[in-house]
Design a protein around this ligand. Structure first.
Ligand code: ADE
Ligand code: ZN
Length: 338
């Protein structure tokens, strides 16, 4: 039962299914874009930015996250943001990624939907051509805004249906239950989008139930509060309903005081389809491999648990079965060299 090392983790082919592209905006690009667009930020140096990233709740993080996204103005900015993350995927052996973006964070500031989506998809296409990067986009609705605005966003997304695979639900969870977005999720399903939603991150376990029963989601983002309901855990296990968990995020946002309290490995060993993800890596201190490594350090994650987490990441993806099998066989090949 060897504890997984960084070398082992790095060699594993992985999928990332819960990554907010706006949350991958690194301090250096933030400052560079602020200067480019003559935007006055609260901070002037990388050290000042990093010092500001201390959070005591989801909302305390979201306030800075939305402020940071304000430096993204033209198509090239969205391209550069996406391109940097895709280069990180290549470095970390993230062979498939399903990337969340928040159109309302940009359209609400007067940036055209087309500017956002065109910048992103141009970078995705370049990465696909240059090293075969596999990817898709998840368009998230901001749950602190009314459903009427999500419906407008869905209409904008429909004009780019060929570029967007799924819809999601994110932002301030408590007080904004899944039922608020039933209509837009139902229309999205009719239009052929797959569906995910943040639930049970800071909000109660009931939100996990209602995301599944009322929004008909195929994955739950976070879902750590499922531990409050043993019958739900049993159901999630039986149905192999994926939970895309984000260990570093949960500790940085005080969902858990310490990494050793995180339930992910316990749920994995019980047979749930949990996966590891980075959420907003530039704000939470690490990309995907760092999240796996944090589990090895705090919870003695073994090599076989790391392999199972990576296998789950492909099983939980929206890839077709043939491509899932192809990636799963790559895991088997990489694990042979242990
Ligand atoms: N938007 C970006 N990161 C988020 C998170 N962890 N929870 C909810 N909304 C988010
Ligand atoms: Zn998230």
């Amino acid at each position: 039962m060897t504890v997984a090392s960084l070398e082992f983790i790095a060699r594993l082919p992985k999928a990332e299914l819960h990554l907010h592209i706006e949350g991958s905006l690194e301090p250096d690009l933030l400052l560079e874009l602020a200067e480019k667009h003559k935007i006055d930020l609260l901070y002037k140096t990388i050290e000042e930015v990093e010092a500001a990233y201390q959070f005591d709740s989801l909302q305390s993080f979201l306030d800075l996250y939305y402020m940071g996204a304000g430096v993204l103005i033209d198509e090239q900015d969205f391209y550069d943001l996406m391109w940097r993350y895709l280069c990180r995927c290549r470095e970390e052996n993230i062979v498939h990624t399903e990337i969340m973006f928040d159109p309302q964070t940009h359209t609400g500031r007067g940036i055209l939907f087309d500017v956002v989506i065109n910048g992103f998809t141009r970078a995705l296409e370049d990465a696909r051509q240059q090293w075969g990067q596999s990817s898709s986009l998840i368009m998230c609705f901001l749950r602190h805004l009314p459903e009427s605005e999500a419906l407008l966003t869905l209409a904008q997304g429909l004009a780019h249906k060929d570029k967007i695979l799924s819809v999601g639900l994110d932002s301030s969870e408590v007080g904004h239950p899944p039922e608020k977005f039933q209509k837009v999720f139902s229309l999205a399903k009719e239009a052929g989008f797959s569906r995910v939603a943040h639930a049970g991150e800071e909000g109660p376990v009931q939100y996990i139930h209602s995301a599944i029963s009322l929004l008909d989601v195929q994955r739950i983002d976070h879902g750590v509060r499922c531990v409050d309901d043993p019958a739900l855990v049993e159901n999630l296990k039986k149905n192999r309903m994926p939970l895309t968990m984000c260990p570093l995020s949960n500790v940085r946002l005080c969902v858990f005081d310490q990494m050793r309290e995180h339930p992910i490995l316990k749920l994995l060993d019980e047979g749930l389809c949990v996966t590891v993800n980075s959420d907003d890596p530039s704000y939470f201190g690490g990309y995907l491999n760092e999240n796996y490594l944090a589990l090895a350090k705090a919870l003695s994650m073994t090599e076989s648990q790391a392999v199972q987490l990576a296998r789950n990441s492909f099983e939980a993806s929206f890839l077709d079965d043939t491509r899932k099998q192809l990636f799963l066989s790559k895991i088997d090949a990489s694990a042979l060299f242990v």
